[in-house]
Structure formats: C-alpha cells, structure tokens
Design a protein around this ligand. Sequence first.
Ligand code: NAD
Length: 246
Amino acid sequence: MSHIALVTGAGQGLGQHFCASLLRAGYSVAITDLNLEAAQACAHQLDPGGERTLALQLDAGSKADFEAGLDQVLARFGALNVVVNNAAVTKTTPLMQISPEEFDAVVGLNLRSVFLGCQVLGAYMAETGYGRIINMASLAGQNGGTATGAHYAASKGGIVTLTKIFAKEFAARGVTVNAIAPGPIESAAVRAAIPVERLPGLLANIPVQRLGDADFLGDLIVQLARPDAYFTTGATWDVNGGLFMR
Ligand SMILES: NC(=O)c1ccc[n+]([C@@H]2O[C@H](COP(=O)([O-])OP(=O)(O)OC[C@H]3O[C@@H](n4cnc5c(N)ncnc54)[C@H](O)[C@@H]3O)[C@@H](O)[C@H]2O)c1
C-alpha cells in the first residue's frame, strides 16, 4: 500500500499541522492551497529537500482544479490514498449583518470544496478499491457555533451530512469518509476570530478550560487514514474539550 496524501487549504493554519503529521507518519503529501506561495512555503518548511512533498495551487471550489491536481499527484507519486478536505473560509459576521452575497460565498466554498473533493478524488480512489477521506467539519456545525458566523456554521453542518452521503456511496469500494468536528483549536484563525480580551471568557466556557491542539487533530487524521480504520465511516469525530456531548 502506498502512502500518498493530498490536503486542501494547507498553506497555513491547521492544514500545515496535518501535512506535518502525515509526513511524520511516512506519507508523501500534496500540499495544496488557493495561495500557491503559501503552499510552497509550507512544503519548503516541512520538507526542505522536496523529496516527499508537492506544492500545488488548487482552488477547492473548482472541479477542474481537483482534476488537474489529481493528474499532477499521479504523475509525481503514482497514486493517491488519502484526502483531507480542509480548505474553508471562516467568517464571524454577526447574524443579522450577513449579506446574501457573503452567505453564498461562505456556504458555497465550504460545502462545494468538500463535495468536489469527495466526488473527484473519491471516484478515483473508489476505482482503485482503497481510500481514506477526512473532511474538516466543526463544532459550529453541531451546536451553531460561538464565535463564528451563521453561514460558516451552516456550511459545517452540511459537511457532516455530505460525509454520510459519500460514506454510503463508497463504502463497498474500500473508501471510508469521516469528518472531524473540532471546537476552538490553538490556531491563527481562532486568535483572529476571538479578540484577546474575550479569550479568558471563551476558555472559562470550555469544560476542559483549554484550547485544542492542532497536532492531536493531525494524529487523528493519521489514525483515520490507516488501512485498519476500515470500520469507521460516515462518522463525525468530536474534538471539542467537552463543549458538545452527544
Ligand atoms: N481553527 C479552529 O479552531 C477550527 C475549528 C473547527 C474547524 N476548523 C476547520 O479546520 C479547517 C482549517 O482551519 P484553519 O483554522 O487552519 O483555517 P485558516 O483560515 O487558517 O486556513 C484556511 C486555508 O484555506 C485556504 N483556502 C481558502 N479558500 C480556499 C480555496 N477556495 N481553495 C483552496 N484553499 C483555500 C486558505 O488560503 C488557508 O490556507 C477549516 O475547514 C476550518 O473550518 C478549524
């Protein structure tokens, strides 16, 4: 079994940690982002010699970009086994101030990127008889969110649903599809969304009283990517410090 992964939106933030975890676990990784320079910088930082990384510009809202990205990964590494649909736009606009255009832009990109990643790359992996897809959802998609906007939260709820639908579609062909729903993780996006004076209040509301750890999420991705993770599919894995208990 080859170990080839592709991560979307990996030029900054959690995506970088996920690429680092996959590289540590022995994967070769296509580090993709809308921002090519950020993807290249991430690849250079994680793999200065470039032996096990491929930086690609991939607009996760574009089916043509997923198709071209797949071709480039196959040309470079010869296979693709693991996909992390991580790209998203995070907005915190108050509910009653969200314009129709901003609503469409956030929901459109966040849902469409997971839809296309599962459809295009999932179809390829299903043909090979093996694959692992991990979609980044969010606690916001389960409880409506705390700091993030309604459009973001609604899109993340939709990702949980898409995960189940694609999991059923691919289940008999060796491809699992799972989602991870993190609460607030120590990351630039959370620091940007939460003004520093609101941070103590946020932490006080988290039962474990700490932000989550990005590298733990990366290790969870590696676990879900293992061949012997075949029995978990269509699931949403909660990593939220106790903020939401089923
Ligand atoms: N940070 C958190 O605490 C947290 C919590 C819950 C869920 N998440 C989810 O984890 C994922 C990563 O979050 P993050 O904090 O690293 O976000 P981030 O905003 O720091 O990074 C998002 C990345 O996606 C890229 N991107 C944006 N639009 C794109 C497009 N059209 N095509 C390709 N790439 C695009 C950006 O360039 C950026 O590199 C997201 O799906 C987010 O919703 C994060």
